[in-house]
Design a protein around this ligand. Structure first.
Ligand code: AMP
Length: 556
């Protein structure tokens, strides 16, 4: 059986410690959009708590979490006990304090069990809505207690754990990495969702997955904040109303630093001092650290070249809070998605021209590759050879689009150093490009190249899943739509302008309807509207009006 004939059941995992709030729900929502099945794990991981930390007090509210998950369309809650996760309390960092062991409450109502009954216990804690649980095996742990006394642990790179929270939370990230690795191995998701709120954790998990070649995509999600600016956290429950009001200073400090960053300040000292001064305005805050590091490597920065992570931790009373902000000098990316025939590429070209950005013509990239395949004498269905070819090719786009859609040739396109701007418009390329573009490996490689462009920002790009998949962190996401009737009318007008035979509106509507259905259900790059995309209904708007609207949004 080949890979393609396997049914695609994509699983999205959202690891949490429960006591769910709007931050968690945003991860769940994103997972819901991108996967067939959504699994939320709820596990207060003893390995990540230090001996003097709040493992015992950490809020546990499984029933309420269950209701929230059900409302949010979660398919399975995986809520194992400490024993079932094979990290009995004797291994936990928290258990180094004897009183913590003696006063230990069993988690989630689970009880110590004999080996044979652990599976049942686990299943009792695996709450599935519908029949989703049949898709995966819940046998988390069948080892004997003696084998559990010294389990394998995952140790992230020291430079990533010796900064920020790692300074005061020794062993914390080892505990996180170990449990996340176990969760990924048990659930086997295609994607796992982590919040930018725990930016150090996110960077470490991203590195872990890369280093251990784990077959999962780690999806980072933006911080969700209360209207006051305070980042949602399960630990906010510990705060009194006064402390809650005081805690807002964390975000205020970060926002002020972001403001001077936007005005051109790049020095770590200056940015950190801004936050420090702001925090000093609230005497009850006891700052633990204010640091500027690279968001992926976590290396301390003296200056921000492209992006920096400004992160803080502080205590209010006995509650430890963390917050951070990403500072990026990358020029914005404008992602335009929408159904076929809504005018995306015409609009994208014009927006790029008005804003002096690069129109990343993905169609031209697929055409360039198709030209190379044909030039190399490969059959268009020879996927293994095409895979090899595509992994070695580099496509370059440069120049400005002209305002006319059909004159896209003013963008220069080269592949492996050869200019193919004219060649990619040939009939032969046109008639073979869809067969090439439909190959998953081709798509994967070209997305990689598109993201390479995205590193510096300053691009406009259109497609079906740009805002949700290719550039989920795009600064401006648009979803351009138009009714089927309007798109049929526009298509008829186009055909007329080109002197082609007239097709009836009914026939055009039917074919647009079929195309929409195909585009939103296709396995490869289905049409998806990003949660944070601004929808523009273009039925009663001219191209110029749509472009003006987007330019205005960009400038805002
Ligand atoms: P926790 O339950 O605290 O372990 O968090 C589970 C996941 O939710 C982690 O990936 C967190 O980064 C994420 N998360 C927590 N708070 C927020 C927030 N305010 N915004 C976005 N994600 C969050």
């Amino acid at each position: 059986m080949t890979g393609e004939s396997l049914p695609e059941v994509s699983i999205g995992l959202v690891p949490t410690m429960g006591s769910l709030h709007a931050g968690h729900l945003s991860l769940i929502q994103k997972a819901r959009q991108e996967n067939k099945l959504v699994v939320v794990s709820i596990f207060v991981n003893p390995l990540q708590f230090g001996p003097t930390e709040d493992f015992q007090q950490y809020p546990r509210m499984l029933e309420q979490d269950q209701a929230l998950c059900e409302q949010a369309g979660v398919d399975v809650i995986f809520a194992p006990s400490v024993e079932e996760m094979g990290v009995g309390r004797q291994q936990s960092a928290a258990s180094r304090q004897p009183s913590a062991v003696s006063s230990q409450k069993a988690e989630g109502g689970s009880q110590k069990t004999e080996d044979g009954s652990q599976m049942l216990e686990l299943e009792a804690q695996t709450i599935s809505f519908g029949d989703a649980s049949r898709f995966w095996n819940t046998q988390a742990d069948t080892k004997s207690p003696s084998a559990q006394s010294s389990p394998t642990q995952v140790i992230p790179p020291e430079p990533m754990t010796s900064v920020l929270c790692g300074r005061s939370r020794s062993g914390h990230f080892q505990g996180v990495a170990t449990i996340v690795t176990k969760l990924l191995s048990i659930v086997q998701p295609q994607r796992a969702y982590f919040g930018q709120k725990d930016a150090q954790q996110l960077a470490i998990i991203q590195r872990l997955v890369e280093d251990l070649n784990l077959p999962v995509a780690i999806v980072g999600c933006p911080i969700v904040r209360e209207p006051s600016g305070l980042a949602y956290s399960s630990r906010n429950q510990y705060l009194t109303p006064e402390q809650r009001a005081q805690a807002i200073v964390l975000y205020r400090g970060l926002s002020q630093a972001a403001q001077v960053f936007r005005a051109g300040e790049r020095s770590a000292d200056v940015l950190i001092n801004m936050v420090k001064t702001e925090l000093q305005s609230v005497s009850t805050i006891d700052p633990e650290y204010i640091e500027l590091v690279h968001p992926s490597t976590l290396e301390p920065l003296e200056m921000i070249e492209e992006t920096g992570l400004l992160a803080i931790a502080g205590r209010i009373g006995s509650t430890r809070l963390i917050d951070n902000i990403l500072l990026s000098s990358r020029k914005p990316i404008v992602a335009i998605d929408g159904p076929a025939g809504a005018g995306k590429s015409t609009v994208a070209r014009q927006v790029a021209q008005v804003l002096d950005l690069l129109y990343l013509d993905t169609g031209a990239m697929y055409r360039a590759l198709t030209w190379l395949v044909l030039q190399s004498g490969l059959a268009v269905d020879d996927e293994p050879s095409i895979a090899e070819l595509v992994s070695q090719c580099e496509i370059e786009l440069s120049g400005q689009p002209t305002l006319m859609e059909k004159q896209a040739t003013s963008i220069s396109v080269s592949i492996n150093g050869q200019d193919v701007t004219q060649e990619i418009r040939s009939l032969e390329v046109t008639s073979n490009v869809s067969a090439i573009a439909a190959q998953p490996i081709v798509r994967k490689e070209l997305v990689r190249q598109q993201r390479r462009y995205g590193k510096n920002g300053g691009i406009v790009i259109d497609g079906r899943d740009i805002g949700t998949y290719v550039f989920p962190d795009a600064e401006l996401k648009l979803f351009l739509t138009a009714s089927v009737q309007e798109r049929a009318r526009r298509r008829q007008q186009d055909l007329k302008n080109q002197g082609k035979d007239e097709i009836s509106l009914d026939e055009l509507e039917q074919s647009i309807y079929d195309r929409d259905l195909k585009d939103s259900t296709r396995a490869l790059a289905p049409l998806r509207q990003a949660e944070d995309a601004i929808e523009i209904q273009t039925d009663n708007l001219s191209i110029v009006e749509v472009v003006d609207w987007i330019v205005r949004l960009y400038r805002e």
